[in-house]
Structures are given as structure tokens and as C-alpha cells.
Design a protein around this ligand. Structure first.
Ligand code: ADP
Ligand code: MG
Length: 247
């Protein structure tokens, strides 16, 4: 069953076409990987889905409803949350307070008062394994914990779809494996996930399907094996040495 769909989504910034006529489908409880070189248009796809800015052309369909061009807070309340590639915790606040804000502005935001939001934050921190950091200031965390906090903020919104933008960048191998486990655990909760990542080992292991962007154009779409062995993908992105990198 399809939960989120992009139909011919296109974004132009002045004369630059960052994303061109991209179609994609995210099924319920699926992990869909999105890869491509820097500047390929990956973050722009997330920005168009989450309402940061509207597509120049094309439609975004969520659970059968056209959500194209809706404001970010409305899309958040409808059940789509995201992380940011450059993590943006509220620096003066504790980890728990940061996650409470996510809970308060999320899909169940209209229902949760401050006390309930704090409770939701505590449950979410437990779920992602950050409970011991709950009372630390967000800006005192390591890179790996900050990325995890970013994931917790998105998760606390109670979404049906999460868009992860490079939540593994800057992590070491064991931290990457833990992040992969967490993404799978989130999917097991019934959440559908779009994940942008450069770490090939991770994206290969975590994704049910992958699609590839190059200069804003979708050049491949399929299972991880199909996509990572696609000649055009190897040429445009992975390079000849990719097999050494993923194995
Ligand atoms: N707000 C913006 N204004 C102008 N150009 C932008 C903006 N956002 C992204 N771009 C441009 O669009 C292209 C795609 O960027 P982006 O989606 O961030 O790529 P990726 O996430 O794949 O690295 C790049 O050339 C980038 O410079
Ligand atoms: Mg990006």
C-alpha cells in the first residue's frame, strides 16, 4: 500500500533546475533509500515533501491527499516529520526539552499538553537509547548523540512517515550499525521511512528499495542489488571501486 508519492516533482531555483520531473513511491512500512552525489537534489526532495518550499511543478500525495505546497507545520501535523542534514538542536535546552518540543508540534500536537509532551519525550528517549542524556544540554552531546537526538525529535512527533537526511554522516562504523538498527526498529513500529545517506554499507543494508538522483534526474530505482550494480549508477556516483566499499 502506497503512503507517500511524488509525481513529476520539479524544483527550479532561478535558472537552476535542482530536481527534475521525479516520480517516486514510498510504501507503508517500507524503508526507501535515496542516494546520489552532492548537489544531486536529495535534500531538495525532502524540502518539497515537508513543505519547506513548494515544488515548481508536480504533486506530493500523502495517504491519497494532495499536500503539495502546504505549510511545514500542517504537513507535520498530518503525520510527516523530518530531520535536518545540519542538526539544529535548541542549544540552551536539555535533550528532553528538545524532544518535548517535537512531541508538542507533532501529529498529536493538538492533543498533548506540556506534561504529556514531556512524558512522550521520555518514552522516545528510552526508545532511541538516549535516556541517560535526558538532562544534558543538547550542545554538550557528541556527533552521534546529536544525530540520535535529531531522530528522536522527529520520532516524538508521532509520524507515519519520517524523512531522514544523512543521519549517519560523521559516525564511525559501530555508530553506523547502531543507527541502522534504530531505523529498522522505527520501521517495526509501523512507520514508513525515506532515508538519504552516503554511507553505502548502511544504505544497502537498511533499504528495501533505493532510488538514485544525478543532477536532479532519477537515473535508477530498484532493489539495493539492482541499483548498486547499475552501470549508470556506478558511472555517475559509485565509481569502479564501489564493490570494495560495500563489502
Ligand atoms: N534554497 C536554495 N536556493 C538556491 N539553490 C539551492 C537551494 N537549495 C538547494 N539549491 C541547489 O540545488 C541543488 C541541489 O541541492 P541539494 O538538494 O541540497 O543537493 P543534495 O542534498 O543532493 O546534496 C544544488 O545545486 C544546490 O546548490
Ligand atoms: Mg543534502
Amino acid at each position: 500500500m502506497v503512503i507517500l508519492e511524488g509525481r513529476g516533482i520539479t524544483k527550479e531555483f532561478g535558472g537552476l533546475r535542482a530536481v527534475s520531473e521525479v516520480d517516486f513511491v514510498l510504501n507503508k512500512k517500507e524503508i526507501l533509500g535515496l542516494i546520489g552525489p552532492n548537489g544531486a537534489g536529495k535534500t531538495t526532495i525532502i524540502n518539497m515533501i515537508s513543505g519547506t518550499y513548494p515544488p515548481t511543478r508536480g504533486r506530493v500525495i500523502f495517504k491519497g491527499n494532495d499536500i503539495t505546497g502546504k505549510k511545514p507545520y500542517k504537513i507535520g501535523r498530518m503525520g510527516i516529520s523530518r530531520t535536518y542534514q545540519i542538526v539544529k538542536p535548541f542549544p540552551g535546552m536539555t535533550v528532553k526539552e528538545n524532544v518535548s518540543v517535537g512531541a508538542m508540534f507533532g501529529a498529536r500536537g493538538k492533543e498533548l499538553n506540556a506534561k504529556e509532551s514531556i512524558k512522550k519525550a521520555e518514552e522516545t528517549l528510552e526508545f532511541v537509547g538516549l535516556q541517560d542524556m535526558a538532562n544534558k544540554r543538547a550542545d554538550d552531546l557528541s556527533v552521534a548523540s546529536r544525530k540520535r537526538l535529531e531522530m528522536a525529535k522527529a520520532l516524538a512527533m508521532g509520524p507515519e512517515v519520517i524523512l531522514f537526511d544523512e543521519v549517519m554522516a560523521g559516525l564511525n562504523f559501530s555508530e553506523i550499525d547502531k543507527a541502522v538498527e534504530l531505523i529498522q526498529k522505527i520501521r517495526d513500529e509501523g512507520i514508513s521511512i525515506l532515508v538519504i545517506e552516503h554511507v553505502m554499507r548502511a544504505i544497502k543494508n537498511v533499504s528495501d528499495r533505493i532510488f538514485v538522483l544525478h543532477h536532479g534526474i532519477k537515473i535508477a530505482d530498484g532493489t539495493p542489488d539492482e541499483v548498486l550494480n547499475n552501470e549508470q549508477v556506478i558511472k555517475a556516483y559509485l565509481g569502479r571501486r564501489y564493490k570494495e566499499l560495500v563489502q
